[in-house]
Design a protein around this ligand. Sequence first.
Ligand SMILES: O=C(O)c1cc(C(=O)O)c2c(n1)C(=O)C(=O)c1cc(C(=O)O)[nH]c1-2
Length: 252
Amino acid sequence: MNTSGHRFTRPVRIADVFGMARELLSEADFIAALRDLSDRYWDRHPFHRRLHAGALTKPELQLWAANRWYYQCQLPQKDGAIIASCPVPEVRRMWLERIVYHDGRAAGEGGAENWLRLAEAVGLDRAEVLDQRHVLPGVRFAVDAYVTFARTRSWIEGVASGLTEMFSPNLMRRRLADMRLHYPWIGEAGFAYFMSRLGVISGEGRSTLDIVVRSCETREQQDAAVAALAFKCDVLQAVLDSIDYACKQLQS
Ligand SMILES: O=C(O)c1cc(C(=O)O)c2c(n1)C(=O)C(=O)c1cc(C(=O)O)[nH]c1-2
């Protein structure tokens, strides 16, 4: 078990051992297998629980914002890798919107800019976020593994790894409400990231699920998509494990 109570072991499948072809899952069963991974999502991680309960100190919030920045700033490169390996124009066109969302159409716009405003609202200088001096080794390893996954696996696995977003709208809504309540010293400008993200996230989650379901034509592809989503849940857990550990160092 890790700190969030998740098991790391994977069951051995008889069909895998004997090399037997496995049947394609029905659409409903495939979606259920993906959704079943929701209990590996980072919403109940001890660090998120403390964030939502208002238990974080200002230095801890700063550590979180500076480390989440590393995730945010790598997302366009992850999405670029998916586009680079995807042969389907409709998917590439749709995926391009994600890069535009984060990078904006001009400097000073977009999700990355909004995250920097959140970092400033919790008391960090933009320069110390941009030069990544606070980024923890474990966060860097986990996020880099996510980008490498998109660069080296099939485009369908890359897309499927983004399905964690299907689990995130409730978490983000709760985060916005709880942070406004418990950390009133964070100015409203600091919440622009979550406000804007909430406007796109449900639609993105649905269209991503649709692409994955339509594109997996074999059981092997379906299994790989489920494994990709499990991998991504592990990436997110590892990010928070590192931040949580570093917070304990701050306290001691
Ligand atoms: O704050 C969150 O809990 C949260 C979670 C996730 C996620 O589940 O991957 C993303 C985001 N935020 C987010 O802001 C974001 O832009 C994003 C992109 C992706 C992705 O995998 O492409 N996930 C997420």
